[in-house]
Design a binder for this molecule. Structure first.
Ligand SMILES: *Cc1c(COP(=O)(O)O)cnc(C)c1O
Length: 427
């Protein structure tokens, strides 16, 4: 939905630009939508927190009884900090990774978190660290879909998970090391196609039903995340009830195969948060290049946000809705390229994944206008960086009653320099 221009102006005057504006009501609607399709007996939803790990968002999830999928030691600690329970009864936090990096193994052990391992060698690493007990196996089911090739989540070219025919060997290794396979997991996603998600999930359920027959300690199956968000038409509704029906029947199929009731889990990330946040930036200038033998000229709207804030367009050619704040919906438009401040030619919000400019039909802005990049809640702030040392923009939280909270401030030079030292390294 569009924001009140006066509100955006007031926040911009107070915090400066760019800034991120979260709407609590939208996150709550999305949580309710997921609850509606997982509230059946034995179906549990998690939040893949890497999509948007702000404490405030994690607290919303905790309050709604949504569990957490964490992918690093620090994500586990952030979930704990926001109030999510440690331990495995029940396993509120699950750690999913193909690699134990930094503190991950220590934090898993210390907080008693269920490890969901994506590489067979991690069994030996857990054993060497003294771990005994339940583990989950992240499986590469041999098929999958990524929205671009570098995001393949399953199949021969995917780095994720234990190849499905290696599950029996992993089970043997786990049991020899005093561990029980209590969960099977796969995250295969869908790209933007909802029907493809249903198809993939059905195929996955059948594959997991076969594996479940020979896993005596199996308690749960996770079908991963990947519920798409329609960036081009955010008001479009998905037939989520089809997913709900799939979950109930999947749980039955899997429980029958196992010979006992199993818990079914899902762990969407983007679906909860994508439409809940807008990146608000200011147009600083509008300039023109002229057509020559090397290419077509374009009109550039220069803005103060760049891919250090929202990297998805630069990284995958992702499409985000763009509005010039305060312009009527029927204002005349022309092709405009929206570009940021970074010393990098790819710092363009209107482009595709082949690095070609894709001018957007927009009302011609003037310097000083606010410009919004919509549906920036998933993999937005979460993927922001300190490239060019500009510091991350502040995050603002809007409650339905109109009250505002600043949930993170603009980063300063001191923040950027904080980890720098000149300490002698003694070996
Ligand atoms: C990223 C991720 C998800 C969430 O994916 P979305 O497309 O945001 O729903 C779920 N599970 C795992 C293991 C992930 O890595």
């Amino acid at each position: 939905m569009s924001h009140d221009p006066a509100l955006l102006q007031s926040i911009a005057n107070s915090t400066g630009t760019p800034f991120w504006l979260y709407e609590a009501s939208v996150i709550r609607q999305r949580i309710a939508a997921i609850k509606a399709i997982t509230s059946g007996e034995g179906v549990q939803a998690r939040f893949a927190m890497k999509a948007c790990p702000a404490t405030k968002v994690l607290q919303e999830m905790a309050a709604a009884g949504i569990w957490i999928d964490a992918v690093s030691g620090n994500e586990i600690l952030r979930a704990r900090h926001a109030g999510h329970a440690a331990g495995q009864t029940p396993p509120v936090i699950c750690f999913t990774s193909d690699v134990f990096r930094d503190n991950a193994l220590d934090v898993v052990l210390e907080h008693g978190v269920l490890p969901n391992i994506g590489s067979p060698g991690m069994i030996a690493q857990l054993a060497a660290a003294g771990y005994r007990g339940k583990i989950s196996l992240r499986v590469n089911p041999g098929f999958g879909h990524g929205h671009v090739n570098s995001c393949d989540t399953g199949g021969p070219s995917s780095k994720h998970g234990i190849w499905f025919t290696d599950v029996p060997a992993a089970q043997t290794a786990a049991e020899a090391a005093g561990m029980q396979v209590s969960m099977l997991h796969a995250h295969i996603g869908s790209g933007p196609q909802f029907d493809e998600l249903l198809e993939n999930l059905n195929r996955l359920v059948n594959e997991f039903a076969e594996l479940a027959k020979s896993l005596p300690h199996l308690e749960a199956v996770s079908l991963g995340g990947g519920i798409p968000h329609n960036y081009r038409d955010p008001s479009a509704t998905l037939p989520l009830e089809k997913l709900g029906a799939l979950f109930s029947s999947a749980r039955q199929t899997l429980s029958q195969a196992a010979g006992r009731p199993l818990r079914l889990e899902i762990e969407p990330g983007r679906y909860y948060v994508a439409p809940a946040c807008t990146l608000v930036t200011r147009v600083t200038d509008v300039k023109q290049t002229q057509t020559n033998e090397k290419g077509a000229g374009a009109t550039f709207a220069m803005v103060d946000a760049g891919f250090v804030d929202l990297v998805r367009p630069a990284m995958y050619g992702s499409w985000h809705g763009i509005e010039i704040v305060g312009r009527p919906a029927d204002a005349p438009t022309e092709p405009i390229v929206v570009a940021g401040p970074l010393c990098e030619s790819g710092d363009v919000f209107t482009r595709d994944d082949a690095e070609l400019l894709q001018p957007r039909a927009l009302p011609r802005p003037v310097a000083g206008d606010l410009l919004t990049l919509r549906d920036a809640g998933a993999y937005g702030y979460a993927m922001s960086s300190n490239y060019n040392s500009v510091g991350r923009a502040p995050q603002i939280w809007l409650e339905p009653d109109g009250s505002l909270l600043q949930i993170s401030r603009r980063e300063t030079l001191a923040d950027i320099l904080k980890a720098e030292t000149e300490a002698p390294l003694s070996l």
